[in-house]
Design a protein around this ligand. Structure first.
Ligand SMILES: *Cc1c(COP(=O)(O)O)cnc(C)c1O
Length: 366
């Protein structure tokens, strides 16, 4: 039988699979439709193409170098990242997406019963990865203002994860708050900055003062390279060396390394796309607010739009039948919201138009 994920599920009598894995519900990614004829605003991809220099770099690798293994140390990407982010190359690790880097950090730091704390709702992969290590997730609910919950400060945890900006809220806490958190923390603070290029400030400067902070960056969102799978961990050299020991030797493909290096070389291209996304974000925010949604001001390339108390599942489905994909989370505390990626100006206009139409119909007459 095919499950929602498209993978085969068969009833099994055998017990060779670890209990932690048997019981894992598994991270559920957003839908990746086969058709190109949809307006895809459900997984926070960039609506604009990557730099032409990136395409050329991939083409060059594809035409001449696929026979060879990639550089296991990713020297070129690390050198560029170090120069760009003003750190030492020994403080940088390249991963097969920042998801891999999250998994490596959990593998390095979390064993049976190890406590990992984070505020929820957030990126649900954290919970999956902690469960896989048989660690204990300490989940502290955000309040309505999306400030970092007080219980996170001084939490008895080996690892604290801060999603900065957070998903699905799109909110970012001040870096001074993350600094205070890290100064009080007894363990490692992981700052997941997958969306930070769309935000006002990064936690990277904290690395100069603190040796218990690691920052994760992704090429998937701001650099328009979700299909490539590349991310960076930037942190204390000792941690980076440990992660390097446990990673697959050839964890990032030759094409991905070439793409990441070229993307860092053409930073202006990314920044241009980010400016456009941020401009459209204002328009999306205003449009959704005008339609009666409660929208949290966003620092990311998506917004979370709520109709408090209403299940947005049906509206999500109606949009889907109109060829517009947005993200709906079935969890009780998120059910009344839609997470909507900032698309192009045209896509955003089409979304707002469809919503106005659908919600107009849904409203009781007179
Ligand atoms: C997209 C995303 C990631 C993963 O990024 P990849 O580099 O594509 O693996 C990590 N964290 C958050 C919060 C994300 O939204």
């Amino acid at each position: 039988m095919l499950g929602v994920s498209g993978y085969c599920r068969v009833a099994m009598k055998t017990t060779y699979i670890r209990a932690a894995v048997r019981e894992l519900s598994g991270y559920v990614p957003g839908e990746q439709p086969q058709s190109r004829h949809v307006i895809k605003l459900n997984t926070n991809e960039n609506p604009y193409p990557p730099s032409p220099q990136v395409i050329a770099a991939i083409a060059e690798v594809a035409s001449a170098e696929l026979r060879l293994y990639p550089d296991p140390l990713a020297v070129e990407v690390r050198r560029r990242a170090a120069a760009r982010y003003n750190v030492d190359a020994a403080q940088v690790l390249v991963g097969n997406g920042s998801d891999e880097l999250l998994a490596l950090i959990m593998r390095a730091c979390v064993g049976v019963g190890t406590r990992v704390a984070y505020a929820i709702p957030t990126y649900s992969l954290y919970e999956t990865l902690v469960a896989l290590q048989e660690g204990e997730s300490v989940q502290v609910p955000y309040g309505p203002d999306w400030a970092l919950p007080a219980a996170l400060f001084g939490a008895d945890a080996a690892v604290i994860v801060v999603c900065h900006p957070n998903s699905p809220s799109g909110t970012a806490v001040p870096v001074t708050t993350i600094e205070a958190l890290a100064r009080e923390a007894t363990g490692l603070v992981v700052v997941d900055e997958a969306y930070v290029d769309f935000a006002d400030e990064s936690a990277l400067p904290l690395l100069r003062e603190l040796d218990n902070v690691v920052v994760l960056r992704s090429f998937s969102k701001s650099f328009s390279l979700a299909g490539v799978r590349a991310g960076l961990a930037i942190g204390p050299a000792e941690l980076i060396a440990a992660l390097c020991r446990i990673k697959d030797s050839y964890n990032v493909s030759r094409m991905s390394l070439a793409a990441a290096a070229a993307a860092l070389d053409d930073y202006d291209w990314m920044e241009g796309n980010v400016r456009r996304v941020r401009a459209t974000r204002v328009r999306l925010f205003d449009g959704l607010t005008g339609l009666g949604f409660q929208v949290t001001p966003s620092q990311a390339n998506f917004v979370f739009a709520r109709r408090p108390g209403e299940d947005m599942g049906p509206l999500h489905e109606q949009l889907r039948t109109q060829g517009i994909l947005v993200r709906h989370f079935p969890a009780p505390q998120l059910r009344d919201g839609l997470r909507i990626t900032v698309g192009t100006e045209e896509e955003t206009a089409a979304l707002l138009e469809a919503l106005a139409r659908l919600m107009g119909q849904a409203q009781p007459c007179c």
